[in-house]
Design a protein around this ligand. Structure first.
Ligand SMILES: *[C@@H]1O[C@H](CO)[C@@H](O)[C@H](O)[C@H]1NC(C)=O
Ligand SMILES: *[C@@H]1O[C@H](CO)[C@@H](O)[C@H](O)[C@H]1NC(C)=O
Length: 330
């Protein structure tokens, strides 16, 4: 732009033969008067043109800095897109795996439909219900039928939701008997109950998936491939969790082999103090815990909040899901 303007200015001056007359103007008052009209008619437009050039230069450099800003924004978006793609790939891979398992199971189920209906009036797990989402009745050996919330949207098909935190509508600071039997509303927040958890996870090997979202909308997940809870005589001990994977650190390892504790049943390893009271929840407290998913919703006291890593942001959404880990399903 600059070059074009200068070239234009110089070539205009040359073509009018003015370069000599212009310097002469400076020396002689008389000549100056004579050339005043030249100066006015010829030089002024040139000065104006150079002012226009300066403005254009400023606009160009403004546009260049805006472009630079856009390039940076694009780079950021590209990075987050790549991350999203990676997560999608993982999820697609996982769905394919589950789909393959479902397809292998289907023909068998259809052949024996009548028999199954006769023998098992209710499915044993969400994974036995086609396109399972929403609330369904399931049945376990030695236990009455009961409603469960199934989910196929968070981590693939056929998961049973065992705990949900969404809005703080349900109080999770509950007694031993309430944690044993379960509480809350399947349509919003709830805890399934330790006895059912024990019966389900001891009927066959299960995996655990934990979905979490914090105040900054950061998503985290944790997956354990062998989740098992003992019976009431063991204090509903966290017998096993298996191996950890997912987009988070392993914050349940320290709770392995711990009994469950509530404010009225202190089974933790902390001597005099009661972790269930201090952390305001029910959990497999050691002394006390890296994770506190049954803590108080939006508690002012940080130690009483819902957290997965005490040092990270408070969680506002949690879903704990389980599913049979049928590795040899063909
Ligand atoms: C956990 O991983 C280790 C090594 O990757 C493996 O040997 C072990 O069997 C796994 N445990 C379970 C419960 O799958
Ligand atoms: C917990 O989170 C903090 C902060 O994000 C991090 O520095 C720390 O390594 C995490 N703890 C563990 C055990 O992963």
């Amino acid at each position: 732009m600059k070059i074009i303007c200068y070239t234009l200015t110089i070539s205009t001056m040359l073509s009018l033969g003015l370069s000599h007359d212009w310097s002469f103007c400076e020396l002689s008052k008389q000549m100056e008067n004579q050339c005043a009209s030249y100066c006015y008619h010829v030089v002024k437009p040139l000065l104006h043109m150079s002012e226009v050039c300066r403005q254009k230069d400023a606009q160009v450099s403004e546009l260049q800095s805006q472009m630079e800003e856009l390039r940076i924004k694009m780079a950021i978006l590209e990075t987050s897109l790549a991350e999203k793609e990676k997560q999608c790939e993982l999820r697609i891979e996982h769905s394919k795996e589950i789909f393959a398992i479902e397809m292998r199971r289907k023909p068998k189920a259809q052949e024996n439909t009548e028999e199954i209906v006769k023998d098992v009036p209710f499915p044993l797990s969400c994974v036995d219900i086609d396109r399972s989402s929403g609330i369904h009745m399931i049945m376990l050996p030695d236990i009455e039928t009961f409603p469960v919330k199934c989910d196929s949207g968070i981590a693939g098909l056929g998961w049973t939701v065992i705990q949900s935190r969404l809005d703080g509508s349900i109080n999770f600071y509950r007694s031993w008997n309430e944690y044993r039997d379960g509480f809350g509303d399947l349509k919003s927040e709830f805890f399934m109950g330790l006895e059912k958890l024990h019966r389900i996870t001891s009927s066959e090997r299960h995996e655990l998936f934990i979905f979490m979202r914090d105040w900054n909308s950061q998503l985290r997940s944790a997956r354990y491939d062998d989740f098992k809870v003992g019976g009431e005589q063991t204090g509903y001990e966290l017998i096993s969790i298996g191996n950890h994977t997912g987009f988070s650190d392993d914050m349940l390892r320290g709770n392995l082999h711990m009994k469950f504790s509530t404010f009225d049943r202190d089974n933790d390893k902390c001597g005099d103090s009661n972790c269930a009271v201090d952390l305001h929840g029910g959990w497999w407290y050691n002394c006390c815990s890296d994770s506190n998913l049954n803590g108080g919703y939006q508690e002012t006291l940080k130690s009483r909040r819902i957290f997965w890593n005490y040092s990270s942001d408070e969680l506002i959404t949690v879903h704990m899901l389980i599913r049979p880990k049928r590795v040899n399903l063909s």
